[in-house]
Design a protein around this ligand. Sequence first.
Ligand SMILES: [Zn+2]
Length: 129
Amino acid sequence: MAKGRDKDQAHKAAVAALGKNLSRRAKSKCELCETGGKLVVTEVAGPRPEAAGDDPSEDWAALLCDRCIDLVAGKKVDTSALRFLETAMWSELRPVQILAVRALRTVDTAWAREANDGLYLDPEVEELL
Ligand SMILES: [Zn+2]
C-alpha cells in the first residue's frame, strides 16, 4: 500500500511543479474564467491519446480558481455566473478547451445549449471529451 501512496505523492508533487509554467501561461489568472486570486493546478481527467502518456504535463493541466475547480469536478455551481465558458470553449489551449466544453455540456440553460450548438471542435478534441 505504501508504494501506491508514494506514487500518489510523487504524482501530486509533479502536478504542483507545473504551477510555475502554468502561471506564466495563464498570466496568473484562472484559465477558464480569468479571475485572479488563489489558483490551483488541475489535471484534465479522462482519456488521453496513447502518445501523451500518463505523466503530469502542461498539455493536460490548467490553472483554475476554486469555483472552476468545483465546476470541472461536477459540483453544483451557480449557472448564471458561467457565461465565461462561451469564451473559454474556443481556447487554443487544448486542456482549457476540453475543461470548458465538458463543463458547458453540464449546464442546462438556453445560452449553454446555443453555445454548444455553435461550437466547432477538431475531431481529435471531440474524442477526448
Ligand atoms: Zn475560474
